[in-house]
Design a protein around this ligand. Sequence first.
Ligand code: BG6
Length: 479
Amino acid sequence: MNKLFLPKNFLWGGAVAANQLEGGWDQDNKGLSVADIMTAGANGKAREITDGIVKGKYYPNHEAIDFYHRYKEDIKLFAEMGFKCFRTSIAWTRIFPNGDEEQPNEAGLKFYDQLFDECHKYGIEPVITLSHFEMPYHLVKAYGGWRNRKLIDFFVRFAKTVFKRYKDKVSYWMTFNEIDNQTDYTNRFLMATNSGLILKNDQSDAESLMYQAAHYELVASALAVKLGHSINPNFQIGCMINMTPVYPASSKPADIFQAEKAMQRRYWFSDIHALGKYPENMEVFLKQNNFRPDITSEDRIVLKEGTVDYIGLSYYNSMTVQSKESNPGFHFIGPELTVDNPNVEKSDWGWPIDPLGLRYSLNWLADHYHKPLFIVENGLGAYDKVENSQQIHDPYRIAYLKAHIQAMIDAVQEDGVKVIGYTPWGCIDLVSAGTGQMSKRYGFIYVDKDDQGKGSLKRLKKDSFFWYQQVIQSNGSQL
Ligand code: BG6
């Protein structure tokens, strides 16, 4: 059989987000972001979202791993692993500290100039997310976050500024990180990170606010795509979705249909990004349930004109749902329908480990959208132990990544899916988004820092560092 191989220019690399590694939270005029007001949680304990900075509380993103001052050392290590690309985000608050200024902050722009130059020194292509869980907190306080249409203009101004400034340094962009996370509108963390929405205590407004905020984000994304292409027609601008395929708990028709409805409820975001319009099921759902987001006919034209070039996705796990007699309409009421899948193992944080689910996801996305796919996050959060001689043996991480890369290669070779790159999450240990922990480690590079913020910040190469180096060097043929 003739096998398809990964293309020679396949984008192997690693992924991070500004707020989770840069630190320097108040340096060079940077403004306060939503990530800066989140305290540390723990395994199974949510982070607290405070109203501004509260004295005496610990905010792990403030220093993070101090990449702001150590990026040269870190990029050098990425280059040693053979990275072809490096995915990070631009902190909106470094460029527009409050989000609603007319003029950008030159010091913030300079930082990313230097960072991208450093990448190019080693032939590493920057892959940039515009909004990754770090919108200006001022936009939350003064405008109520993305429930407000004004946010579209602020975001587009930010996008225009960085597109123009970095048009010759960055070719790959994404608009909103994991925009579909907010499907789970009962989760305070996800609503704050996606959309800057601080919910009422009884959450009665959560679902309708989510549809409104998501619509404005989708319009802002489409405007940014169109604008980006006019600034540099060679830009590749993608969306970024959290791909968590939903399985039925059994072969019962009701379970299968429930899983289908859950998929519809999670992936209408990518339908709009990729196809430029609301899917019919969503139009009907909004109407029948009396949600009346402000969607104008001009918006619908914008959505059509700003479809993305590729689908960026994160993949960590699958999820499984079971239908309920009490829910005859098959609504997807998030966590209430989720059940344990006994066929897959779990990480220490209870995340299902399901490599075949990645191949399934890639097939599903290719069949629906017929666009190139870019796996911009995948990985295992795990506890690591430093041995006496400063070695870190992490066979569990290697096993996870190996199985997932194999699943990706199978999707390319056996199913004909077009995948343009693979950037595992947290290529260097960083602050966990969900828990604020340092001990939930994803990296090939260990960072000496603990959950209380103590440590030398020294970088150490794990076993997986050398393993991934060989994966890249062999273009995936030696796993
Ligand atoms: C994705 C996010 O949800 O998953 C990242 O894009 C995040 O920001 C990653 O860090 C892993 O999640 P966590 O909660 O383990 O950090």
